[in-house]
Design a protein around this ligand. Structure first.
Ligand code: PEP
Length: 253
């Protein structure tokens, strides 16, 4: 059973231009007016790198937290054309970074690189949203749990402070497909994985655990009863203020 804030994390992927702040402004306005529930949840939005500086300044004293979608696997500066380090993110005021998204794993990120990303991100006092998830074939072959365990243990370490690490379970077959696990499947995975992480990494408290993959305002009604979930990572539906707000509204309905 989970207590504390729920997380609604948006991942814009390759979307957004400077005027897209209007989407976040509308979400922020909703949040400000949501006096009944606003203490119960936290909004984190991950726009592309091009908008980070702008957004982090704009929402500095608001209740929307800005996350990066990725970071490079080196600490600070270096000859790595086109890349952004955890240090550079921290220095513009970013406090969260998504690491291990399946779209980035698919374009060549290895566990060894992810391990360094996590290490340097934590070193720079960033909170990590660490994504794990099985593909369709692994699910079909009933390998889900072993794949997830391996993704966790190849990258995370006992010595880390898990207060700064949020685990996001994102089945690859669900991302952008409109397909989601059944509530029962998701409940089972949430319980088992949280237990596994707590014991493997010798934690006193359960780690924060999110679900991501085709979350929308209808699906949220099925998943809101899963108390073991600490929130949701939302891709496509986070690009529209209405869709994102409807998810929150339906969650608390
Ligand atoms: C994601 O890519 O993190 C994601 C959850 O995408 P979607 O909600 O579009 O499936």
């Amino acid at each position: 059973m989970t207590t504390g804030s729920k997380y609604f994390v948006g991942n814009w992927k390759m979307f957004g231009i400077p005027s897209s702040f209007k989407i976040l402004d509308r979400i922020n306005q909703y949040f400000q007016k949501d006096t009944k529930n606003k203490r119960k949840y936290k909004i984190i939005m991950a726009p592309p790198f091009t908008l980070l500086q702008n957004f982090v300044t704009r929402y500095k004293n608001k209740n929307i937290f800005i996350s990066a979608q990725n970071c490079y696997h080196k600490d600070s500066f270096g000859a790595y054309t086109g890349n952004i380090s955890p240090f550079m993110l921290k220095k513009i005021g970013i406090n969260y970074v998504i690491i291990g998204h399946s779209e980035n794993r698919a374009s060549g990120e290895t566990d060894a690189m992810l391990k360094k990303k996590v290490f340097f991100a934590l070193k720079n006092n960033l909170n990590i949203i660490f994504c794990i998830g099985e593909n369709k074939k692994e699910k079909r072959n009933k390998k889900t749990f072993s794949v997830l365990k391996k993704q966790l243990t190849s990258v995370l370490e006992i010595k880390y402070n898990f207060k700064n690490i949020i685990i996001a379970y994102e089945p690859i077959w669900s991302i952008g497909s409109g397909k989601v696990p059944s509530s029962y499947e998701l409940l089972k995975i949430s319980i088992n994985l949280k237990k596994f992480i707590k014991s493997k990494f010798k934690l006193n408290k359960m780690p924060k655990f999110l679900y991501g993959g085709s979350v929308n305002s209808q699906i949220i009604s099925d998943f809101k009863s899963i108390k073991q979930l600490d929130g949701f990572l939302i891709g496509g539906a986070s690009k529209s203020s209405k869709n994102f707000i409807d998810i929150i509204k339906n969650f608390y309905k």
